[in-house]
Design a protein around this ligand. Sequence first.
Ligand code: BGC
Length: 412
Amino acid sequence: MTALATIMAGALMAAPAKAEPAVEVLHYWTSGGESKAAGALRQDFEAAGGKWIDAPVAGGGGDAASTVLRSRVLAGDPPNAVQLKGPNIKDWAAQGKLATLDEVAKAENWDAILPPQIRDVVTYKGHYYAVPVNIHRVNWMWVNPKVMEKAGVAIPKTWDEFNTAADKLKAAGIIPLAHGGQPWQEGALFEDVTLGLGGPDFYRKALVELDAKALTSDTMVKVFDQMRKLRGYVDDGFPGREWNLAAGLLMNGQAAMQIMGDWEKGELTAAGKVPGKDFVCAHVPGQFGYIVNSDSFVMFSSANADRAAGQKLLAKLILGKKFQETFNVLKGSIPARQDMARDSFDECAVKSMDDLKTAIDTNSAVPSMAHEMAVPGAVRGAFLDVVTAHFNSTMTSQEAVKRLAEAVDLAK
Ligand code: BGC
């Protein structure tokens, strides 16, 4: 070997191998609209040289994905990037399982581009542990205007108006409310009714602070009364139905309205439907407010250099301007970062942006209980158990309120 070749061979051996970014991504974006949006993330990641290993777990709301996550962590083999949100982020961070994203956050100036409400959710003890993707609004009502017109009803603005309209629709042979009977969907209906009837302060007291007086109040009894009414406005096929199949009933004109977060808009637009023409996005009946849900990804610590590089790359791309626009247009949500142009967003997204601002200014923005933004998992479970048990039986509102207060007290 010549002297030069010896030197070069030595240098080659000494040079650290360049990491090849790769991540296994656990997510639950499997419906038509959701997978289009998730596909945009994968494309961006691959275009930047990353290897994406897809680990989707079907099931709206993510309850099935949480079960998979827990078993993967127990088995000592957590996925590298996981769709996770709310207090769950702090829980996993406190267990020392998550990689901090401080380096990317500093380089990309997350402190400046994130609204404080979202920053609080994704940090723990001053460190970033999740990268937020979007802001989804939970309290939307999606309306099929042709069906409403056919039955001669206007979009209801109060729950009394809703009940009158629903009676008329039912008499005309139309399903008033497209609904999927799964605990998270019933939990979301319940929080929407709670905001509508009780307003944001009551919502906060009952569903966030878990105040016993609020939980057993007359207002809470009225919330369950309205839930009982809603039970009469869904079709017989509702038990166990996924939310996107319920969206199908709205699209094909069998149903008139659906109460669902704005991932519904991603589903409707993926099917070629146009906002303002084929469907209308309306505020859920009752008092004004904004129920906040925000998707984010956490990165489980990995000793593998390729995986760690993949995690950093993914975190950087997610809060990049390009991705924030492409993804959120497809997903139906609005960007998590504050400094984005609005041009590519439709009228519902613009309304969401304006309403969020108003809600923050008037202290009317509240975190979603059903979508894991407000309370620990055990408390959410207590709410969902009672709400679903009530919806699917003849339990009285008084009994439901009693059981709810007891279950929440035990879980907290
Ligand atoms: C998530 C959305 C998702 C929806 C239905 C929500 O909890 O935040 O991203 O589209 O569930 O699966």
